[in-house]
Design a protein around this ligand. Structure first.
Ligand SMILES: CC(C)(COP(=O)(O)OP(=O)(O)OC[C@H]1O[C@@H](n2cnc3c(N)ncnc32)[C@H](O)[C@@H]1OP(=O)(O)O)[C@@H](O)C(=O)NCCC(=O)NCCS
Length: 189
């Protein structure tokens, strides 16, 4: 077994109660909603938000620690899926983020042959997630200024990262060609 594996969960069947418990017990300070009531978690789970045509959810299972969190794949009917990764509070800050994201990336490219790129976004102040993206070989592709609404405070930036199938296969990192319009640069310089 690799360090972290994905084990597909059955959100409306065998795993329903534990999934709801997980969502309602944990805090997610960098999500739009940092806490979720058990009632709201039940409604979301029962409405198919964790497994339907667009979504699929797995436990993240660590070789030593067992279940350390969940990953929900999103936009599965689009050519480019997204994900939401949530490690339980007691396992955060212990170096599990990178193996978790690598396991998710491996899963997507191995089991979804038509996917050629995989995307993720997080808040600019979610330092841990941003480090995880970079350490796992993902490339920052966008910085959407003031795009992430924050309840009772000014919006923060949303930062987007991507992984190409070709880079995943070869271990190379293809950079973003930020300065590809030399003419525009010459005019504004
Ligand atoms: C974001 C998350 C996946 C990161 O995983 P993690 O296991 O906690 O992070 P790691 O221990 O692997 O640390 C990764 C890096 O972030 C740094 N880091 C960890 N926690 C940090 C914190 N609270 N503040 C600042 N940096 C932090 C680590 O030092 C490490 O940096 P390094 O590579 O330079 O040494 C996890 O914390 C989590 O699930 N948080 C709640 C949900 C969430 O925000 N998900 C992201 C939505 S996509």
């Amino acid at each position: 077994m690799t360090v972290v594996e994905l084990v597909r969960l059955d959100p409306t069947g065998a795993d329903r109660d534990e999934l709801i418990r997980f969502l309602a017990a944990e805090e997610f300070p960098f999500h739009m909603r940092s806490t979720i009531s058990a009632e709201d978690a039940s409604t979301a789970v029962d409405s198919g938000s964790f497994r339907d045509a667009e979504h699929d959810t797995s436990w993240l299972v660590h070789a030593d620690h067992g279940r350390i969190g969940i990953v929900r794949l999103e936009d599965l009917e689009d050519p480019v899926p997204l994900f939401d990764l949530r490690i339980a509070g007691r396992f955060r800050g212990q170096g599990l983020g990178v193996p978790a994201l690598c396991a998710v990336t491996d899963h997507v490219f191995r089991t979804m042959p038509s996917v050629t790129r995989f995307e993720g976004q997080t808040r600019e102040d979610n330092t841990a997630m941003r480090r995880v993206f970079v350490r796992a070989g993902w490339v920052k592709e966008a910085h959407y200024r003031e795009a992430w609404p924050v309840h009772g405070a000014a919006p923060v930036a949303s930062v987007a990262y991507g992984m190409l199938r070709g880079d995943w296969e070869t271990g190379r990192t293809t950079p973003v060609p930020w300065d590809d319009d030399e003419d525009a640069r010459a005019v504004t310089a």
